[in-house]
Design a binder for this molecule. Structure first.
Ligand code: GMZ
Ligand code: MG
Ligand code: ZN
Length: 191
């Protein structure tokens, strides 16, 4: 039976975001209990996959090498808390490059589905921006959760404007993980 999957946005969900981009590992700071949230999801049988726009690369602000160092710091912190991120998909392109992977396009999620045989009826997307929720919906994730950290409050207003309602609104990633693990177990999310 295929596993449950939680797709996670990075900036504003796992770590504090910056309007000036996260340009160096020293600028990467976990949001409280986000590593514990990933460990909790794993402990209950949910695999976690990262889906992140990193236009700072395409804008020439950081190199892929620096992005890799930032992601390694994130992965180390998650593993120290007993969690594991199964795979990382990032879009390095700028908004004007017309790629298929930049959220809200579903490309990164569809790539993950192809790589890992993911059942989207058993998949969640958690993000802090409207583009994360739209990405999850565009890909066909069963449950799309907005967190209030990062851009969350602005995103809620933007989504409401568009008539898009997240399936759940959580204070932060840890609250989202508590809700997921309390409400979903072995049956499909969408019958
Ligand atoms: O939240 P995720 O997808 O993990 O990453 C978002 C980041 O790539 C950056 O995305 C940028 O948007 P533009 O890409 O410049 O439109 C801005 O929102 C930055 O504040 C933010 O750090
Ligand atoms: Mg974000
Ligand atoms: Zn892209």
């Amino acid at each position: 039976m295929t596993q449950y999957t939680v797709f996670l946005d990075r900036d504003g969900v796992i770590n504090h975001d910056s309007d000036a981009y996260i340009k160096h590992p020293d600028e990467f700071h976990f949001i409280a209990k986000s590593p514990d949230a990933i460990a909790l999801l794993n402990a209950k049988g949910f695999q976690v996959i990262l889906i992140t726009n990193q236009s700072a690369v395409g804008r020439g602000i950081i190199s892929v090498r620096t992005l890799d160092a930032i992601l390694k710091k994130m992965t180390r912190g998650v593993e120290q808390a007993g969690g594991r991120i199964k795979d990382i998909f990032f879009c390095p392109h700028g908004p004007n490059q017309g790629c298929d992977c930049r959220k809200p396009k579903p490309g990164m999620i569809l790539q993950a589905v192809a790589c890992h045989g993911i059942d989207l009826k058993k998949a969640f997307m958690i993000g802090d921006s409207a583009k994360d929720i739209e990405c999850g919906k565009n890909a066909g994730c069963a449950i799309n959760i907005l967190v209030k950290t990062g851009n969350g409050e602005r995103a809620l207003a933007a989504l409401t404007e568009k008539g898009i309602v997240p399936d759940f609104l959580a204070g932060d990633l840890y609250e989202a993980a508590l809700w997921i693990t309390a409400n979903f177990s072995s049956q499909n999310i969408v019958s």
